[in-house]
Structures are given as structure tokens and as C-alpha cells.
Design a protein around this ligand. Structure first.
Ligand code: SF4
Length: 70
């Protein structure tokens, strides 16, 4: 699974960081989110899906088939 945050849409609600703190990091200057790595570790995938569901802005997108060209 691959994940990304659209920086133009993110409003810095930090909910993604609460849901998956190892995947979504927050910029110190404006509190907006960015991903630690585009490729999500398998043990983090459920947390990332939870973060997608909780993001009020719909700023997070995932690509379920984004691993190893699958
Ligand atoms: S929950 Fe959504 S809007 Fe909030 S910081 Fe994360 S990506 Fe940005």
C-alpha cells in the first residue's frame, strides 16, 4: 500500500497523526501532515485506513496496489 497527503488540502487537524503516528508526521511550522514513507509497512495498513476515514478534509489518498508494482 502506498499513501500520500495532499498538502494543498490538508488543514492540519492532526487526526491522521493520532490514528497512525508512525506514518503521518506533522510539520513543526504549520502542523500540516506529511508521510514518513510513501510505502506503508504491512503492520500499519489498518491504521492508515483508519486515518483516511478520520481525515475531515479527505487529504489522504491510498493506493492499495502500490506495492512492488502489483
Ligand atoms: S487528518 Fe487530514 S487534514 Fe488533518 S493533518 Fe491529517 S491529512 Fe491533514
Amino acid at each position: 500500500m502506498r499513501v500520500k497527503v495532499d498538502p494543498d488540502v490538508c488543514q492540519g487537524h492532526t487526526l491522521c497523526n493520532l490514528a497512525a503516528p508512525h506514518v503521518f508526521l506533522l510539520r513543526e511550522d504549520d502542523g500540516h501532515a506529511y508521510v514518513a514513507a510513501a510505502e506503508v509497512p504491512p503492520d500499519q495498513e489498518d491504521l492508515v485506513r483508519k486515518a483516511v476515514a478520520t481525515c475531515p478534509e479527505g487529504a489522504i489518498s491510498i493506493d492499495e496496489a502500490g506495492e512492488a508494482g502489483a
